[in-house]
Design a protein around this ligand. Structure first.
Ligand code: HPA
Length: 273
């Protein structure tokens, strides 16, 4: 693996030595959405802490392990527990698992997250396909020396969210009668939720939903040539609930309500890929 940073090589070698089947599809689950992992016919679970140099996850609702196995006969790796910038991980730390999964052989990355809705067409419990994102407020994970082995210095972002996967997801949802919204995901660092003025700004700038994850993973995945599909679960309304403070508990509860629909959609999408 020439040109690949040594720590990534060591992590990949460890995993290759521990699992029989290498994955084609990577899946990252958001806050309160970890039950999707039960859909996997598990071949091997590896706690992050066992993998050399792998950063550890610390948030309630995030387990912190890689799950290898099959969904609908496709080999997948599920990151049960994602790494957030607000936990103190550097942008490069958040990048680490994406690059590891790329080297294990995935060609597609599916992501879910919990997000606050700011667009008037979004309500708590909605599933929103991410059609694009705005990320000027989070650190770009590609800052620093370019890792030429993964991708170019200046990666194109005009189709960060695969149009063909979006079309597939929409036709699956129509078949399964799962209502789907679409919108632009606006990335913030967190961990504080936004002030009312910030929610208004996000809406004015073109965001439909706001969240504290996903952006850096998608930039890294795009850099590495992976196809990406992202889904937000709307867990609170930034602008619609002036006297209703937002809590992490509320986010987890709303995510749990929407999880069955997300699970059905992701399962069918994996099958169709
Ligand atoms: N803001 C930022 N991140 C979030 C929100 C929110 O309102 N809801 C869930 N994650």
């Amino acid at each position: 693996m020439s040109g690949i940073p040594e720590k990534i090589v060591e992590a990949v070698s460890y995993i290759r030595g521990s699992v029989d089947h290498l994955p084609q599809i990577g899946i990252i689950l958001g806050s309160g959405l970890g039950n999707f992992a039960h859909e996997v016919t598990i071949e091997k679970e590896i706690p992050y802490t066992d993998i050399p140099h792998f950063p550890a996850s610390s948030v309630t609702g995030h387990a912190g392990k890689l799950i290898f196995g099959r969904i609908e006969q496709k080999q997948v790796v599920v990151m049960a527990g994602r790494l957030h910038y607000y936990e103190g991980h550097t942008a490069a730390g958040v990048a680490f698992p994406i690059r590891v999964m790329k080297l294990l052989g995935i060609h597609t990355l599916l992501l879910s997250n919990a997000a606050g809705g700011v667009a008037p067409h979004l309500f708590v419990g909605d599933l929103m396909i991410i059609t694009d994102h705005i990320s000027l407020f989070t650190e770009n994970p590609l800052v620093g020396r370019n890792e030429d082995a993964f991708g170019p210095r200046f990666p194109d972002m005009t189709e960060a969210y695969s149009k063909s996967l979006i079309e597939k997801a929409k036709s699956i949802a129509a078949e399964l009668r799962i209502p789907l919204k679409e919108g632009v995901y606006f990335g913030v660092t967190g961990p504080s939720f936004e002030t009312p003025a910030e929610y208004r700004m996000i809406k004015a700038l073109g965001g439909d939903a706001v969240g504290m994850s996903t952006i850096q993973e998608v930039i890294l995945a795009t850099h590495a040539g992976l196809k990406v599909f992202g889904l937000s679960i709307i867990t609170d309304l930034g602008l619609g609930e002036a006297n209703n403070p937002i809590t992490h508990k509320e986010v987890l509860a709303a995510a749990a309500t929407a999880e069955p629909s997300m699970t059905a959609l992701f399962k069918a999408l994996v099958k169709a890929i």
